[in-house]
Each structure stands twice: as C-alpha cells, then as structure tokens.
Design a protein around this ligand. Structure first.
Ligand code: C2E
Ligand code: CA
Ligand code: CA
Length: 669
C-alpha cells in the first residue's frame, strides 16, 4: 500500500513499557533517505516518551482501582460493626461493593452442605431472578466447573480475567457479559475453617483483579467471614456482653464485674488484697500492618492461650481491648509476691516466639498494676489506676510498674528529667548528629538527616526516644526544635566554608511544632538569621499530616514556597488515604524502618514496600528507605527503584566534626 502511494523509504520503532514491547511507530516517507540517523533518534525518543506515558497511565489506573477496593473494604467493615443481622449484612455488603467499588454485580451465596449447592441470598446490580439460580459446586458437573465451584472447593479466591470464552455460561455470567463485565473474583467465606458461602464480584475491566486487589478483597472476605462467625452464635447478645469472641476470653465488662466482687470480698479480710494487672502488647499495630490482620488475630489468640495457662487457675484473665489483656488475682499476697507472679507469667508468655508462617515473631509486653484493699474502693478507680501505671510503664520502657508509691517515684523521676531537660536547653547540651542518605542508583551522597542527641553531663549521649516524648509533653519541643534548625544551618554554613559541596539536610519536625500557628514565621526568622540559600528539608510523620489535612496542606504549601522540601516520615505506619496523598504538597515518602527490616524475610513487608514505591513514583514522589542495614536489603531496594537509601549500612549518625571526612570519602566526591 505504501509503495502504491509513492512512499519509498520507511522505518519502525518499538514502544516499550516495563521491558515489554507493546506497540510500534511505523513511518514511511516519500523521499529516499528521509529517515537518517538524526531522525531515527528523534523517533526513538518519541517512542520512549509514549512508552513512559503508557506506563504512568497504567500505574494511575492501578491506584484508582486500589482506591475503589479500599473504599469497599472500609464501607463493609463499618457495616459489620453496625449490623448484626445476617441477611441484612449480606445485602449491605453487596450494595457497598456495587456503589462504592463500582463493581458491576456483587452477589453472595450460601453453601447448602447437603446438596453441595450454592444458593444466592443477596445481590446488587442484577435482577431478582438470580435468587432462583442455584449453582452446584461439584467438580463432576458442568455447573460446578466455574470460578464459584473452584473457590468453594479450594477455599481460595478464584479469578477469571476475561469472561469471554471461559467455560460454561450460567445465568449470571450471561447477564454479566451482556452488560459488558469482563472479569470476576469468587471469594470463599469461611467459618471455623469450613467454607459456608461465597462472595462474587464482577468488574468491567479485563484483568481487574491483580495481586494487590486480590489481597485486599481476601481481607474483605475474611472480615465478612469473621462477622458470620459470631453472628452464628445463638446466644450472641449474652455471649458478647461478657466475652471476647475472637479469643474466647472474658472481656473488660466481665473483668470489671469480677474486680468489683473481689473488692467486696477482701474488705472483710484485712490481710488480703486484689491485684489487677493490665498487659499491653507493644507495637501490636505494627504486627497487624506488617503481616495483615489475620496474622494479628492469630497472635492475639495465641497470646490469650498463653496468658490463660500462665496465670494461676483461681485468677481471672480477660481481653480488655484490642491489644490489652487483664489479669486479676486476690488473696493473701504481698506486692513482692504479685511482682513475682507477673514476672513468671511474662516469662511463660514470651518464652517461645510466635510463629507467623515460617517466621518467628518476638513480642514485648508492658504491664501496669493496681492493688486494692477493698475499703471504699470502686472497681472503676482500681482499673483506672492500673491504666495509669501501664501508661508510665510503656513510657519508661520498664517491663511493669505499680500504681502507688513505686509509681510516684517514677513520676518524681519524670519531673526531675523535665528540669534537667530545661537546663539542657539553657546550657546548650543538645547536639545534632547527621546520618547520610545515598542515591539508590549511583550510591552517591544525596544529603543528611539531622538527628537530635542530648549530651547529658551525667549519663553521656542520650538518644531522642528517651527525651523527645517529654519535650513534646511539656511543649519544650518548640524551642528545642528551632534550636535544632539553628544548629543545622550553622553546621551547613561551616561545612561550606570548609570547602564541601552544598548538601541538603533534613530536620525532623514534631507534630506539635507544625500545629503552632507561627511555625512557618518562626522558621522563616531562623533561616533569615543565617541568610544564603536554604537547602533544608523537613520530615513530618504520616499520622500527623493526615490528622488536620486542610490546614496542614496550607502550611506545607507555604513551607514549600520557601524552598523547603517536605517528606512524609514513617510512611506505612499510619492510615493515609491514597486519595489525599496526591493532594499533599510533599516531595518524598520515607518507608518506615520496620518494613525495610523485614522485607527480605516477610513477603507481606515486601509487598508493602513494592506498593509504596510504585505508588509514590506514580504520584511523582521520591522514595527514601530508612534503616537499611544489609547489602541484601539495599540490593532489593535498588531493584525496586527506591530513590534514596539511608541506614547503618552507609553510615551511623555522625557528630558534625566527622561529616567533612565522611563526605570526602564518598564515591563521586
Ligand atoms: P526517625 O525520624 O525515624 O529517625 C530514624 C531513626 O532510625 C534514628 O534514630 C536513626 O538513628 C535510626 N536508624 C538509622 N539507620 C538505622 C539502621 O540502619 N538500623 C536501625 N535499627 N536504626 C537506624 P534516633 O536518632 O534514635 O531517632 C529516633 C527518633 O527520634 C527519630 O525517628 C525521630 O522521630 C526523633 N527525632 C530525632 N531527632 C529529632 C528532632 O530533632 N526533632 C524531633 N521532633 N524528633 C527527632
Ligand atoms: Ca526522620
Ligand atoms: Ca522513621
């Protein structure tokens, strides 16, 4: 055809997306040597740009898909909390899937174990007649060979990426095809390990259900299953009122009840007391977020079993909140005996690691104890005292603390520490250490993070975890935070004077600082004192930014206008909405250390890291991984195209005097 049209020369350039050829630019010319070297170079660039454009579009579509699935997940979770009626919950789940998730059709079927048939019990996006359409799940009949049969037999989700030309066509699938739906997922619903039903979702897009969507939807099916599990209990109300369904332990209400009667009883026995212990599982949220809720639930069940068998038979053990357990003991006990009991129980509970798949997880506990003698004491008060003791135990990092004189001593110590921190600011005992960040691709230095230390004349160098919480509680973080910026700017100027190249330094900002109305102005003043260009970055924790989004966006935009780069710190540990992330005027995400630490051993962490990186890139954000300790982690992060790496592998936090030598020894200096 080209020749007929008088075209005599031509060429073709492939369009490549993610290493795969997906298209071609094919060109013809009337002249003989039109496609010379320069021209073909231009064409290659064009093909490259088209490829990049495709890649971005497909990533953005991926995010929108995930956002839809997230919306369904949270909608259905809210419904589970609200609705304790099985048919109603099913109908609502389907309605949410169609409305929030824009799935074309959603239906739920229950399995009749007698006939091995699935009976549709709720649906949305499809006509009523589906209710009559029973579906066998037997592998030896045609109707059982579809996705539903497969999912129910295997207990695993089953996906069909393209409905067209796929096995026998039932009523639902015919209807779906007619309306233009192309893919489906069948999610089995399980109660106590037995398949009891299925939830089926149809999507308009071919291949909609990628691994990420499947993971989220599996979680959704687990949640619905979980709801079914406890709706199934006949004596639901009575049981729920006093028990925690997941672990089978009594709940907080029950414990308070028992505490009340124990206090009544010991009132008449002067030598006896009641001890209430509240245990808190440290950083339980991290377990949930790193390994998923199912793993978290298993860990809690195992903890419940261990607590129960570690505590004396005659005492009570209860689950009082998501990650807190309570234990009660009464009798002729001295505080020392109780401490002994607690130590024994903690050793028994924590003695063995917790198995998570093929990994082993270590857990830490904190405990707060309140002792009651019965005279005029209310259960509520004793409970609150134990909670207060637990809070100080957690804050101090001590294993357990008593409410009472022991605890007062602790409070006195905190007050003392406050005073010493006040003096530290006056006497200039705060110093800044610097930790390098390097480019993932080239290994070159890209900048530093400033990390605060307290050079305590009595105890030497104190890390921030020990005093930043107190600075925040007392508001001292505001002057100290500004002092950090002042010191960093002075150090940067010093390095420049010593002939080092200009380097960016990131400073951590406490939520409390950002909340100050005049934060931006104060920062501007400090920067103004120094003069020159600002190569300052700020790191702000994720939870903070999301808490007061609108006013934060305004403030962050202002900071950016001043030339400061902003990064979201500890990303992945909070609850950022994907939709909001795009609105935030930030330039980078820092993947939380906990994910980096486990990414080589835990596939769940790796999935999170991979998702964060591709998500960030598609939003045009840079990604920094913190806590990189091994070459293996660095290698994997480089493969995932993480932009910057930070961690002990490259450098410990260094005092400012050591920075110039460090910079000069880096590759590419
Ligand atoms: P962060 O912002 O997450 O800082 C990173 C922490 O990880 C630092 O702890 C750093 O020493 C540590 N780290 C770096 N590389 C590795 C590694 O490879 N492995 C391990 N295990 N750890 C690594 P650091 O200096 O103790 O600081 C703790 C936290 O204190 C910081 O966490 C930050 O939230 C806070 N902080 C530090 N300086 C300041 C400050 O000037 N102002 C405020 N508000 N908070 C600060
Ligand atoms: Ca940081
Ligand atoms: Ca961090």
């Amino acid at each position: 055809a080209a020749r007929k049209a008088g075209l005599v020369s031509g060429g073709a350039v492939p369009i490549i997306v993610a290493g795969r050829t997906v298209g071609i630019i094919d060109l013809f010319s009337r002249a003989r040597s039109e496609l010379d070297a320069r021209m073909s170079e231009t064409l290659s660039t064009l093909a490259l740009q088209i490829g990049q454009f495709f890649e971005r579009v497909s990533q953005q579509q991926g995010i929108m898909r995930l956002t839809r699935v997230y919306a369904v997940l949270s909608g259905i979770n809210a419904a589970i909390v609200r609705i304790h009626d099985r048919p109603l919950l099913f109908r609502e789940a389907c309605r949410i899937a169609v409305k929030e998730g824009e799935f074309g059709i959603a239906w739920i079927g229950e399995l009749d174990p007698e006939t091995q048939e699935v009976v549709p019990v709720a649906w949305a996006g499809v006509d009523d007649e589906i209710g009559a359409d029973r579906l066998s799940i037997r592998a030896d009949v045609a109707a059982g060979q579809g996705a539903v049969g497969e999912a129910l037999r295997s207990g695993q989700p089953c996906v069909i990426d393209d409905l067209e030309g796929h096995g026998p066509v039932g009523l639902r699938r015919r209807e779906a095809l007619r309306r233009g739906y192309r893919s489906l997922i069948a999610l089995p619903l399980l109660v106590e390990g037995r398949v009891v039903g299925v939830m089926v979702l149809y999507a308009r897009e071919q291949g909609f259900f990628t691994a990420d969507e499947q993971n989220l939807l599996t979680e959704l099916a687990n949640d619905v299953s979980f709801a079914l599990e406890y709706i199934a209990k006949q004596d639901l109300l009575a049981y729920l009122a006093y028990h925690d369904v997941m672990t089978g332990l009594p709940n907080r209400a029950h414990l308070l009840d028992r505490l009340g009667s124990a206090l009544q009883r010991v009132r008449h026995h002067p030598r006896e007391r009641v001890a209430l212990v509240l245990w808190d599982v440290s950083r339980f949220r991290n377990i949930n977020e790193t390994f998923g809720r199912q793993v978290g639930d298993n860990v809690l069940r195992e903890l419940a079993r261990r607590f129960r068998s570690a505590w004396p038979e005659e005492g009570e053990v209860a689950r009082v909140s998501v990650d807190q357990f309570g234990a009660l003991i009464d009798g002729d006990y001295e505080p020392a005996d109780i401490a002994h009991l607690i130590e024994q129980a903690a050793a028994a509970v924590l003695g063995k690691p917790f198995a998570v798949g093929e990994h082993e997880l270590r857990i830490a506990l904190a405990a707060g104890i309140a002792v009651g003698h019965g005279a005029g004491e209310e259960a509520d008060t004793v409970f609150r005292n134990a909670e207060a003791a637990l809070r100080s135990a957690k804050r101090s990092g001590l294993g357990y603390l008593f409410y009472g004189p022991e605890m007062n001593a602790q409070i006195a110590e905190t007050l003392l520490l406050e005073n010493r921190l006040r003096r530290a600011l006056e006497c200039d005992e705060f110093v800044v250490y610097y930790q390098a960040k390097v480019c993932g691709r080239s290994g070159r230095l890209t900048g530093f993070e400033a990390l605060l230390r307290w050079r305590d004349p009595d105890n030497g160098l104190v890390p921030p975890a020990r005093f930043v919480p107190i600075l925040e509680e007392t508001g001292m973080i505001i002057p100290v935070g500004l002092e950090v910026v002042r010191k960093v700017l002075a150090d940067m100027a010093g390095w420049r004077a010593a002939g080092l190249p200009a380097l960016r330094v990131a400073v951590n900002v406490s939520p409390l600082q950002l909340q100050q109305k005049d934060f931006v102005a104060a920062l501007q003043r400090v920067i103004g004192e120094q003069g020159g260009e600002t190569l300052l970055d700020l790191e702000i924790t994720e939870s903070m930014i999301m808490s007061d989004l609108d006013s934060n966006i305004e403030r962050l935009t202002e900071l950016r206008g001043m030339g400061l780069e902003l990064a979201i710190d500890d990303f992945g540990t909070g609850y950022s909405s994907l939709a909001y992330l795009a609105k935030l005027p930030v330039g980078a995400l820092k993947i939380d250390r906990s994910f980096v630490a486990t990414m080589c051993s835990a596939p769940e962490s790796r999935t999170i890291v991979t998702t964060i990186i591709s998500l960030a890139h598609s939003l045009g954000l840079k990604v920094v991984a913190e806590g990189v300790e091994t070459e293996e982690q660095a290698e994997l992060l480089r493969l995932l195209e993480c932009d910057q790496l930070q961690g002990f592998l490259y450098s410990r936090p260094l005092p400012r005097e050591e920075v110039p030598a460090f910079v000069r020894a880096m590759p590419g200096y």
